[in-house]
Design a protein around this ligand. Structure first.
Ligand SMILES: [Fe+2]
Length: 230
């Protein structure tokens, strides 16, 4: 299935994908800067001890970023923003797109969370009520779907092609911007469901991990993603 034209157009015109990253509009600065966490290693102790977060960030996200830089070196991807790159994914090889997913998915994940949580905008809350019935019902579904998912992967809140919200999981590092995704959509919330994200603190209880994640979702950031997606 091809990425829909509607979503492709939105990606091409969007200048927002991560709070720490360039968007392709600042011609005097490098387009891709090394990723940063929006909090200290010790700030998220409800979810991760410092060494765990540091290991996840450096050995998965940063490694993926280094691989991504190697892949885009001397290619036209160097001058494309991340969302433009996904919109034109047919032009690039699998390894480049795989690394782009690792970088993109993890940046959303970190930015989605905060030691202080956040507030859902009224615009996003209305959409949640329309699509799920209530924020509480969405929370139940989010935890149930994440808990039931037996593979390494990600859990997403997306805006689908009908401009409605959906919660869906994805295998490995795939996301809903990929042309072969079973459901296409623009992610506004990404949760890492790989064992390396939760096992050290929660053992095999993905439910406890997801309940703790829920309390730490930075809804201000998720609401911004929702606003910028239109
Ligand atoms: Fe990860």
């Amino acid at each position: 299935m091809e990425t829909s034209t509607k979503i492709k157009n939105r990606l091409i015109h969007s200048h927002y994908w991560g709070s720490q990253q360039g968007d392709g509009t600042q011609s005097n600065s490098p387009l891709y800067r090394p990723p940063k966490l929006p909090y200290t290693y010790s700030a998220m102790h409800a979810l991760w001890e410092s060494d765990h977060l540091k290991n996840h960030f450096l050995n998965f996200h940063m490694k993926g970023f280094e691989g991504f830089l190697d892949c885009i070196n001397n290619t036209k991807a160097e001058k494309m923003g991340m969302l433009q790159l996904f919109a034109n994914q047919d032009e690039f090889d699998e390894q480049l797109i795989e690394n782009a997913c690792i970088v993109y998915n993890h940046q959303l994940y970190w930015d989605n969370l905060s030691p202080y949580g956040g507030e859902i905008s009224s615009q996003l809350e209305q959409a949640i009520n329309y699509c799920f019935g209530s924020v509480y019902k969405m929370k139940q579904l989010f935890i149930e779907m994440g808990k039931a998912y037996k593979f390494s992967g990600w859990l997403w809140l997306i805006i689908d092609e009908n401009q409605e919200l959906q919660i869906i999981p994805s295998r490995q590092n795939k996301n809903t911007l990929l042309k072969n995704a079973p459901v296409h959509g623009i992610p506004i919330l990404a949760i890492d469901l790989w064992e390396h994200a939760y096992f050290q603190k929660f053992n095999d209880s993905k439910e406890d991990y997801l309940k703790t994640v829920w309390m730490m979702i930075n809804w201000n950031e998720v609401s911004s993603r929702y606003r910028f997606a239109f």
